[in-house]
Design a protein around this ligand. Sequence first.
Ligand code: ZN
Length: 310
Amino acid sequence: MFGMREVMTVLGPVPADQLGVTLTHEHLIIDLCRITRDASQVLNDVPLAVDELGYFSRAGGRTVVEVTNRGLGRDPRALAEIARETGQHIVMGCGWYREPFYDRSISEGTTNEIADEMVRDIEEGVDDTGIRAGIIGEIGADLHFVSPAEERVLRAAARAHKRTGVTITTHGVRSPVGLAQLDLLEDEGVDLRHVVVGHCDLYPHPDFHAAVARRGAFVQFDTIGRGFFEWDIRQRLDWVMRLIDLGFMHQILLSHDVCMKPHLRAYGGQGYDYVLTGFVPRLRQAGLSDEQVRTLTVDNPRRALTGEVA
Ligand SMILES: [Zn+2]
């Protein structure tokens, strides 16, 4: 089941060796505004998404993991249209985000029923679209602990993973809650090498990054280029280099988590290409070889998606 040779995209399965340069945590169509009431936190424009992804394509990008899931405004048909228009491989998420975004089905159903819904999205497709998810997530914790409802969704994600082999990707910010999420997944019998801990760069403590890596999970620095401040970039460079020095080269993932209008190039943001056009040159300056850059941008994302173990 693990080490799958194909990855499911919104246009169907793609051989793993054709994924190429991959961003592992992005949003193309999303509605955070529904809960946050912040009008900038909605992306719902297919032609604009096509334009914005064009920068990534021209920079050499090939695949985007789109982790918008239930309660976040996921739109499988829009993602399929964006994939057709851009030629990009788009891997879609499933499951539920974090508690403020849940609906009543989380309280009304059993944990196994929540898992069944994820498995249906993965094996049959979302609702009546036939468009299938290729990753479980982003599965979140709203605060610095996993709430009871979030624990049920996380355990459901673990069970869906064990039934399908599909990787789990998480959300947690401003705390080491990622470690508590790993504890619960491990308790369900998940091999943590098939888990991506998201937003590690939003908890600026290298000890936390190393602790996640030591558990075997992927450490995802996925808000790279946000705001474009030199301090933010230097910190992230430093964290990547530290993990490499500690021997965790094969567990690092890089992405932008574009999820608001101000993140788009059209509105002055860094868009979907900063990792390639801004951050990779800085990694090279810091001493990384072409082969190491390829590990970070191609091989690690491919292994994260297929479950192939380094
Ligand atoms: Zn997130």
